[in-house]
Ligand binder design. Sequence first.
Ligand code: ZN
Ligand code: ZN
Length: 345
Amino acid sequence: METSRQDIGEGEKEVKTGRTPPSASEDVSSEALGHAVPQVKEKRKGKAEGANSTEEGASTSNLHNRGDLSTITVGGVTLQGVSVGGQETCIIIPSMKVAFDVGRCPQRAVFQDNVLISHAHMDHIGGVCLQAATRGLFSLKPPRIVVPKVIVPGVENLFNAFRALDNAELEHKLIGLEIGEELRLSGELFVKPFRTYHVVPSQGYVVYSRRQKLKKEFVGLPGPEIGRLRKSGVEITDVEEVPEVAFTGDTTAEFLTDPGNADVLRAKLLIMEMTFIDDSSTVEHARKWGHTHIDEVVPLAHLFQNEAILFIHFSARYRRKDILEAIERLPPGFREKVTPLLERF
Ligand SMILES: [Zn+2]
Ligand SMILES: [Zn+2]
């Protein structure tokens, strides 16, 4: 009997146990299900990057490309991602060396130095040990894995269990961050967690850039004059912190009205969960399972100051067509900002 993806929709899964075992249908490709294959502006990577040899004589170029993700550019940010509610979420931004969540560890996620985990549901953290293991295999430096502070002991246990089973080192640096705590990523980039509202401990992340910016009073002065001022000890720059990308992980729409989350709504690109997009599910159902329903977001559309918004984590019950129709129904002015992540739909 054919199993449709509808049978493993996020809400249904969580009703029973909070998480259920993987279904055979998860491996069914969209082609096999008769769906259109995403036609986004995409580039398939020909081979893995950073081909390093390993002691086993393997090289990273041996990573097979099956299941490689499309590359898309949204709000000026180039990323790869997959996100199907209850199945798998991982959003990869190579320019920031970041993977947000790692449900199953897609190939490109292996090459990101920083893994920022929103919460410990399997579809968001399931690939975390594999990511560390594969980096070890290819002699890449141990990843930094950032998680909500409260789940640090659980994640340590997870790694210890795999270490015992696998007899591998699984080198990594586990960092528990609390809301508002800051961690430098690389160069001028740093990250801070923000509050989200899910059914287990959770947090989102804002990645900021920090730049020196010429103070207003000196703008327009000739270069030599600015140089002279600097040499004479005058402070000529201000530090500017710009929220570049925000990622929510799973949450109800409540994060939008949290006064502590202003930067989330100012980030150039907001990557937000949008599990339920039509009246096949109610707002109450979405809230009960800690998810966002589109009907709650539309009345708040005026809050978004983001240049671009990427909707992710659609329930597996939906087809590509349903998602595109839902985007089409968004009010003008908001609709233009929104891109749906259609990988696997
Ligand atoms: Zn999820
Ligand atoms: Zn979740």
